[in-house]
Design a protein around this ligand. Structure first.
Ligand code: B3K
Ligand code: ZN
Length: 868
């Protein structure tokens, strides 16, 4: 496999002004006829050969203008078709056959249940037809689809419908035209027997947009929430970013077989059914949250991604970082900004910090890749969004908005770069982002060590910030980052004090900028040592080391007016206790833990959702990024011991909350209600963990009486986390019986099984042999293997044979679906951080993978890097 490098980027020799496709779907194959109106780039001298990408194309005919080429006139090898046009302007035509029903990679055109659908990003279009399959080639598409009218009554593609009609032999056709030039990765086609749900959105300028969601019959009753989320997203983007929708139709199709969450194809989004279908009976609050965010994300791509797209795949974060940032603002505006920030940062720490610390670490703008699909990562997405967020933090809302306005205006209809985006921010603000841009090219999570000192006589408080960043692959040394520190100085009572200092501090935004390896800032006019509340709202994606007195820590954890920082301070106390228990399981649990829980539960100013986030112990996914080496079993025992301590100490309160937070009202999804249920679930979980029989009876009763999925899971998960194996099994059997005909509920059932503390290889094999399982369905695979691998107590603290098992599954899955298989190799990459008892078998499992013949570039790139 070849390595692609950013520094080798070259404009294309040819472009495609117009693309006309005729896709004829037959029983065992599909014929694709493609007519490309091509131009030579005027800057190019002579007549270079034309090389089109194409994978698994069975050539029927190749034509240049009127001339049908014979086999000696073209070459098709190594996924490239080479011809010699010898003209400035010409029409290239190809007729090829492809096999969607044999395409298990779910990239290109493939069969999903009863329908045929497409997934092209990043490089799937070349599996549909020969093309210049790169994002800087933008073309106007007209697509005609022909298929059996009974089997595929619905035929969809991008843009507007222009014609439809009947054909001989029970067949029919539909033609779609998309007036907006787009790269091939945004192409989509769907054929199926689908149920359609309609709605209407009137844009700010008064245009009516027809909204349509399509799903197979078994999923069709769950589309209301997505339609509603879509309308709210459309209104929000107008208000917050001035972005209006451009076509007359916006369509969403739900597919049961999908590699990721969803895809922003122009005017025709295709969604993983798990990321779009919701109902109170079958979707928990978390699921509602996620669906709303993904619908918004894909919709927002219409501007940040489609109208302005990426020049090349090294610019991926240009659209993904920005769009994640936009969807998180949408969620924050719609529900509760603090709750959203806490959960985003939690997810960043869990998924991105570990990536940044591992052998596949890369900057948000990678400099090279073998398989681009491996770079749709937490780094490019979530850290990319943090980088956009830092720009917002530095400039403030007004200038940031001017910058995005300028960006959308200037680059509309173009394929842009991250430099183009930053250039707009510089232009509107006059701020120099040269040094800031290091965030784009340097990998790794910076650490900021902070030291404080107070001079009582002078009334001066001094902070010394020292930043560093550990080496990452190919980057042994880093230059200092620009780090925005949103901050306050607090009195012991938690009151914010006025700031006067000699640092690069903006008093409008309360942001201090660090630019050097070491920055010393002196704050004056203080009568007593203040308590520093630094990196408020997580103003930079860094780790912070600061030794705080117990008293200051308590002030922050109970009184900080910034709820994010208050939560963070409280969680740090838990981490330190777990650290001690990890070193010595018999060490005493300090009283501060009890004081903090008490203070938090008794604080009437906190909303339920934040309370729940505050008192829930840090997940293993977050904890593991803070330990080196990780002794899996010691860490599991340590966390469990702290959990039991809190459970037992406050058993009475948990019982009381379990009762008082119960509600018989019909389900409503909103911030307050979801928050109530989150705190309810947390209380039940602690109560059950206290070991009281009443608690587990309560949880079972809640499960049985539940009329919505959130209550059901609050009860069921508490039972599953108990030691009562028999009861757990009984309830899981009951659940499956009741819901075995509901796709999303079955996926959840698989994940609940694989999420049990006692889950092991024998059970994994049994689950994969179950009628509910299907190796060709990514949701099912993720529900079993994904849930097992992220179940720290079972996977890492359980049998070491788990590593060999997952390696075998990766090798097997790689033959079916390389993209999904590659995701699982990441489970093993952190072998160096574990103590030898786990580290060695993890490494051996990777070696087994690497020694397998015929691996995909997807899996081999990640597995080989992990061993380097
Ligand atoms: N842009 C797609 C992701 C494509 C992944 C290709 N392997 C969905 C999204 O980020 O919105
Ligand atoms: Zn995206």
């Amino acid at each position: 496999a070849r390595t692609i490098r950013l520094k080798d980027y070259k404009k294309p020799d040819y472009t495609i002004k117009k693309t006309d496709l005729t896709i004829q779907i037959f029983e065992n194959y599909t014929q694709v006829e493609s007519t490309l109106h091509m131009h030579k780039n005027p800057e190019v001298v002579g007549f270079p050969v034309l090389q089109l990408n194409g994978i698994d194309q069975q050539i029927q005919q190749i034509q240049l203008d009127e001339l049908v080429l014979t086999e000696s006139d073209y070459q098709y090898e190594d996924e490239l078709l080479t011809v010699q046009p010898g003209k400035d302007e010409f029409v290239f035509k190809s007729i090829t056959h492809i096999k969607p029903n044999e395409n298990t990679s779910l990239e290109g055109l493939y069969q999903s249940g009863t329908m045929i659908c497409s997934q092209c990003e990043a490089e799937g279009f070349r599996k549909i037809t020969f093309y210049l399959d790169r994002p800087d080639v933008m073309s106007v598409f007209t697509t005609r689809i022909e298929a059996d009218a009974k089997q595929y009554p619905i035929l969809l593609s991008n843009g507007n419908p222009v014609e439809q009609g009947e054909l001989a032999g029970g067949r029919h056709f539909a033609t779609w035209h998309d007036p907006f030039p787009k790269p091939s990765y945004l192409f989509a086609a769907v054929a199926g027997d689908l149920v359609r749900h309609d709605d209407v959105f009137v844009t700010q300028s008064g245009r009516e947009v027809s909204l349509r969601i399509f799903a197979e019959a078994h999923n069709a009753h769950k589309t209301d929430f997505a339609l509603d989320s879509l309308k709210r997203s459309m209104a929000w983007d107008e208000k917050r970013y001035g972005r209006e929708y451009d076509l007359d139709i916006f369509m969403i199709v739900a597919s049961d077989f999908f590699n990721m969450g969803a895809m922003e194809n122009k005017g025709l989004n295709i969604f993983n059914s798990a990321a779009v279908l919701a109902s109170p009976e079958t979707s928990s609050d978390d699921r509602f949250d996620r669906i709303e965010a993904i619908v918004a994300h894909e919709y927002f791509h219409n501007w940040s991604g489609n109208r302005v797209t990426c020049r090349d795949w090294f610019q991926l974060t240009l659209k993904e970082g920005l769009t994640v940032y936009r969807d998180s603002q949408f969620t924050a505006d719609t529900h509760n900004a603090t709750v959203k920030r806490i959960s985003d940062v939690d997810m960043l720490k869990a998924a991105q910090f570990s990536e940044d610390a591992g052998p596949n670490a890369h900057p948000i703008q990678p400099q090279e890749y073998v398989e681009i699909n491996n770079f749709y990562t937490a780094t490019v997405y979530e850290k990319g969004a943090e980088v956009i967020g830092m720009i917002h933090t530095i400039l403030g809302e007004a200038l940031f908005r001017q910058g995005t306005d300028l960006y959308f205006e200037t680059f509309d209809g173009q394929a842009a770069t991250t430099d183009d985006f930053i250039g707009c921010m510089e232009k509107v603000s006059g701020h120099d982002f040269t040094q800031f841009k290091r965030w784009y090219v340097q990998a790794g999570t910076p650490n900021v060590a902070v030291e404080e000192s107070f001079d009582a006589n002078a009334g001066q408080y001094k902070l010394t910030f020292t930043q560093s960043c550990r080496p990452t692959p190919n980057q042994p040394e880093k230059r200092p980052f620009v780090i925005p520190v949103k901050m306050a100085l607090l009195s012991e009572q938690g009151k914010e004090l006025p700031i006067s200092c000699d640092g690069d501090f903006n008093s409008d935004t309360s942001v201090l900028l660090l630019k050097e390896a070491t920055t010393v800032v002196t704050f004056s006019g203080l009568n007593a040592k203040p308590v520093a509340s630094l990196f408020r709202d997580f103003s930079a994606p860094v780790t912070v080391d600061m030794a705080l007195s117990d008293q200051d820590q308590m002030t922050l954890a109970t009184k900080d007016s910034n709820a994010f920082n208050r939560t963070n301070a409280l969680q740090s106390v838990f981490v330190e206790v777990i650290r001690k228990l990890n070193a010595d399981i018999d060490s005493a649990i300090p009283e501060s833990v009890d004081e903090l829980i008490k203070a938090t539960l008794g604080d009437g100013s906190l909303v339920d959702a934040v309370k729940a986030q505050m008192i829930t112990l840090p997940s293993f996914a977050v904890l593991r990024t803070m330990f080196s080496p990780i002794n899996a079993q010691a860490l599991a025992f340590a966390r469990e011991k702290l959990k039991r301590h809190i459970a037992v100490t406050f058993a009475e309160q948990w019982q009381q909350l379990a009762n008082s937070l119960a509600s018989a009202q019909p389900y409503e999804f909103n911030a307050a209600e979801a928050g109530r249920r989150a705190l309810h679930g947390t209380a039940i979980s602690y109560w059950v963990s206290s070991g009281q029989v009443e608690a587990i009876n309560f949880a079972e009763a809640l499960y049985r009486a539940a009329e919505n999925q959130s209550d059901r899971l609050n009860g069921l998960q508490a039972v599953l986390s108990s030691d009562d194996q028999e009861r757990s099994e009984k309830l899981l059997t009951h659940y499956y019986r009741q819901w075995k005909d509901d796709t999303q509920m079955v996926e959840t059932w698989l994940a609940l099984n694989a999420g049990q503390k006692s889950f092991d290889v024998a059970q994994a094999n049994a689950l994969m042999a179950h009628e509910a399982f299907d190796l060709t369905n990514p949701n099912k695979v993720r529900s079993v293997l994904g849930a097992f691998a992220s179940n720290f107590e079972a996977f890492h603290a359980g049998e070491v044979g788990n590593y060999q098992f997952i390696a075998e599954q990766i090798v097997k899955l790689d033959q079916v679906n390389p993209q999904v298989a590659a995701r699982f190799t990441k489970v093993l990459e952190s072998w160096r951080v574990f103590t030898e008892d786990r580290g060695v078998p993890m490494k051996q499992a990777l070696e087994m993978i690497v020694s397998t013949d015929g691996l995909s570039p997807d899996v081999s790139e990640l597995a080989m890097n992990a061993l380097k």
